[in-house]
Design a protein around this ligand. Structure first.
Ligand code: UD1
Ligand code: UDP
Length: 387
């Protein structure tokens, strides 16, 4: 029975891998185990609870305001020990975090095949998002099975010389997670009532803008500028309310609370669980975010997105008309937000639900490929083992 080890460390990886873990666990052909690095703690625990994932291994590495070098080194050492003791046939990682990159590298050093979910995204700028653009490129080099969400991500991999036979276009597993969450909310009156009451502080007569932000390249002046823009928007629109679940990174939390903490129409809340966040996305009129996953989810739900970054590796959201890259400049954020608030035709044009990121069956497709690959023993036929 092929032994597959999932390794992840942050909230978005967990959300995006949960549907695949569930899919493989349903299939008796696989022996599935989970290792969390602990890059995130509370924000990861929320997702593990929701999707009922109990990790077999927890490196428990999170430290306050952690540095990239320390985290990378700790994950490499921690993973070396886990891989030595468990010898999986395949390590599955997702996305572009330090956890994904370092776990992929550790698997490569141990002579174990790597499957990369959400492969091939590229912004074209090594410094934005930072360090994710470089993480995902480095990961592609050590990956054997590249699961590209879209044709564009496949094209990026081909341009870099990746073997076409090792690339599989599957859609993004986040859409699987989103659809499951949305149908859970739709089909459960008690849950919906709980969510209504969790957010009873929001005034239904006001128009809701949802905000998230956490990119490292925006720390400092970028975040201050975003916060100034939010204060200006709330100040000039009495009929608007902003809700902002604030990332626990102190480089985010401190400026956000300092600048926006006293604003009556801006609700700064703690990170919320995935069901609550999906509920808030559906209640919002539009979304301001620098998150990768939220760009995909919002486009799928038909919620306009202003991307608070200089560039995006999700160009599909822009070409489909759902998103605009507005950066972190205060004036640009304010004027683009005004346009969405005041120009109904513009808002409607950006509110068409998009299928660009997937149809909710990505996990099924990935499982099929992995089953075929592992059964034909391609994993074990890889390069000589080194420990
Ligand atoms: C990381 C990822 C980023 C991903 C984001 C998702 C890297 C380099 N960055 O962002 O790609 O988009 O997660 O959210 O891999 N903290 C807590 N509790 C938590 C999580 C974080 O207290 O549950 C605090 C800790 O002080 C921690 C800090 O936030 O040191 C930063 O956490 P980190 O995982 O490094 O977050 P980011 O790099 O901001
Ligand atoms: N999300 C969540 N709770 C929150 C904010 C976001 O569950 O309070 C979800 C969101 O729906 C998306 C993912 O977390 O699936 C995005 O995570 P994040 O913005 O931290 O990372 P990124 O997508 O930028 O890597």
């Amino acid at each position: 029975m092929p032994h597959v080890l999932f390794v992840f460390g942050t909230r978005p990886e967990a959300i995006k891998l949960a549907p695949l873990i569930e899919e493989l666990r349903r299939n008796p052909s696989f022996d599935v185990r989970v290792c969390v690095t602990g890059q995130h703690r509370e924000m990861l625990a929320q997702v593990l609870r929701l999707f009922d994932i109990v990790p077999e291994f927890d490196l428990d590495l999170m430290t306050l305001d952690q540095g990239l070098s320390e985290m990378t080194a700790a994950i490499l050492a921690g993973m070396r020990d886990v891989l030595r003791s468990t010898r999986p046939d395949l390590v599955v990682v997702q996305g572009d975090t330090t956890s994904a990159f370092a776990a992929g590298l550790a698997a490569f050093y141990a002579g174990i095949d790597v499957a990369h979910v959400e492969a091939g995204l590229r912004s074209g700028d090594s410094l934005a998002p930072w360090p994710e653009e470089v993480n995902r490129k480095l990961l592609s080099i050590v990956t054997r099975y590249h699961f590209a969400p879209t044709e564009e991500s496949r094209a990026n991999l081909l341009r870099e010389g990746t073997d076409p036979a090792q690339i599989f276009v599957t859609g993004n597993t986040v859409i699987d997670a989103l659809k499951k969450a949305a149908s859970r909310i739709d089909g459960d009156d008690v849950l919906r009532a709980r969510l209504d009451s969790e957010f009873s502080f929001l005034d239904r007569r006001r128009r809701l803008i949802l905000v998230t932000g956490h990119r490292r390249e925006s720390f400092g002046s970028g975040f201050e500028s975003i916060c100034d823009a939010l204060a200006e928007i709330a100040g000039e629109h009495e009929d608007v309310e902003i809700v902002y679940p604030v990332h626990l990174n102190p480089n985010v939390m401190l400026p956000v609370h300092r600048i926006l903490g006293r604003n009556a129409r801006i609700h700064l809340i703690e990170p919320i669980d995935y069901l609550s966040f999906v509920y808030l996305m559906t209640r919002s009129e539009f979304i301001l975010t620098d998150s990768g996953g939220v760009q995909e989810e919002a486009s799928t739900l038909g919620k306009p997105v202003l991307i608070l970054r200089e560039t995006t590796e999700r160009p599909e959201a822009v070409s489909e008309g759902n998103a605009r890259v507005v950066g972190t400049d205060r004036e640009t954020i304010v004027s683009e937000t005004r346009l969405l608030l005041h120009d109904a035709a513009h808002r409607a044009a950006m509110s068409q639900p998009s299928l660009a990121f997937g149809d909710g069956k990505a996990a099924e497709r990935i499982a099929e490929v992995l089953l075929e690959a592992t059964l034909s023993d391609r994993c074990r036929a890889a390069s000589p083992r080194a420990t």
